[in-house]
Design a protein around this ligand. Structure first.
Ligand code: ADP
Ligand code: GN1
Ligand code: MG
Length: 373
């Protein structure tokens, strides 16, 4: 997808309820889906600067922005109450949607693209890679706490913003269609990666089978638990706020656990091209278990806990085939910085997957410890 430039973004700001003069608009963050900008506004009355996040939702990923924003508004309002009741600071610990002048919570531009704004949460940082176990353990605590807070949320009121988002069998079918369609003429150059993906077909339904048989419950999950979707407090180093709520919908806890592991227990960045640098870190895995299961260990069933390592495998495999699919389709979904970017990401995830497969027993043993606590 082409990236939007600040000059394009700035045009939409006058439709939001901002009290002051816009002084700068810059592209921001490392998300692969939306176009994100940081906006600075010099407030008229007070002589101070207020910053905002402005985002254009990806129309390729999200087809019903109205429903998506309804989810975001409801979930953030719910979390705000919980945080306030606990004596926390709702403006820092949850996302705050900035209203549009027409009273809505987003605007549509002439092309039908959806733009929305949040208050910028100051004095935080995000990590593009887990630098140490403390940071990763903290992110596990944050996603665990997020899931716990939403445990009693009326899940049936949530819209499915991306249908079948973690339906790995359907992701596999999308890969098969991309191979057959060969839209970008790249299929012959990635035969090795295609074979690697196809060889693992039998396992793609393993979590869905558990769901179908009633062995695994649906919960309200985040579904995109990358480390850079947690804002860390720059003053304390502790996790402060979970962001990127576009895919909050019913799901399996193995999705949230697994997606976090595939990103943070990789010894290299998600798009490292030197495969020698890519290893699966059991140390990081254990640290995440401490953070995550420390929050939700008593809430999850034994079956759920036992499927967490499978979740790590599944999410790594799934996003690997999603990157490969997008490469075959000509880079229509994920933002790319160079032509081979999606292929590099797919190879990276497959290298990680191989190392995870070598560590499956160790992962199982690590989660089993939580069953006897
Ligand atoms: P994408 O869906 O494209 O990943 P995100 O919503 O995750 O977009 O935003 C991209 C990045 O912007 C995040 O990783 C985070 O670093 C930063 N970010 C998002 N929302 C806020 C906010 N309210 N305050 C400060 N930083 C934010
Ligand atoms: C996308 O939006 P972002 O960058 O946090 C994607 C995830 C992938 C991830 C891979 C809505 O996450 O599913 O795991 O890239 N989000 C969506 O880095 O497709
Ligand atoms: Mg994100």
């Amino acid at each position: 997808m082409p990236k939007y430039m600040p000059e394009e973004a700035v045009k939409h700001l006058e439709r939001f309820d901002l009290n002051g003069r816009v002084t700068s608009v810059e592209r921001y963050g490392c998300g692969h889906i939306n176009d994100t900008f940081m906006v600075s506004v010099c407030e008229e009355d007070a002589q101070r600067e207020q910053r905002y996040i402005l985002q254009r939702l990806s129309p390729v990923a999200f087809h019903e922005p109205e429903k998506l924003m309804e989810n975001v508004s409801r979930v953030t309002a719910y979390m705000k109450d919980v945080v306030a009741r606990r004596g926390g600071d709702p403006a820092r610990e949850t996302l705050v949607v900035v209203p549009a002048k027409d009273g809505g919570n987003y605007i549509l531009d002439a092309d039908g693209s959806c733009w929305r704004m949040y208050l910028f949460i100051e004095d935080t940082f995000t990590c593009q890679q887990a630098e140490n176990t403390d940071v990763f353990r903290e992110s596990g605590r944050a996603f665990g706490a997020f899931q716990r807070v939403l445990a009693d949320y009326p899940a049936a009121t949530l819209h499915e913003t991306i249908p079948n988002f973690h339906h790995t069998v359907k992701r596999f079918e999308a890969l098969e269609a991309a191979i057959a369609g060969n839209a970008a003429g790249r299929a012959d150059s990635v035969r090795e990666e295609i074979t690697f993906a196809l060889e693992r077909k039998a396992r793609t339904s393993a979590l869905l089978d558990g769901l179908e048989k009633g062995e695994l419950p649906l919960r309200v999950t985040h579904n995109d638990t990358k480390l850079n979707n947690v804002l860390m407090d720059a003053r304390t180093g502790k996790a402060l706020c979970v962001v990127d709520l576009d895919t909050v919908m019913p799901g399996l806890c193995a999705y949230d656990f697994g997606d976090a592991i595939r990103f943070g227990a990789n010894t290299a960045a998600e798009d490292e091209s030197d495969l020698e640098k890519i290893h699966f870190s059991m140390e990081m895995f254990r640290a995440y278990c401490e953070g995550y299961l420390g929050e939700v260990g008593d809430m999850l069933t034994e079956n759920e806990i036992r499927t967490l390592p499978l979740g790590a495998w599944m999410m790594t495999y799934e996003v690997g085939i999603r990157f490969l699919t997008d490469y075959l389709n000509g880079d229509v979904y994920f933002h790319v910085a160079y032509p081979e970017h999606n292929l590099v990401r797919a190879r990276n995830q497959f290298a990680l997957l191989k190392d995870m497969e070598r560590n499956e027993q160790a992962m199982q043993a690590a989660v089993a410890e939580w069953l006897t606590r």
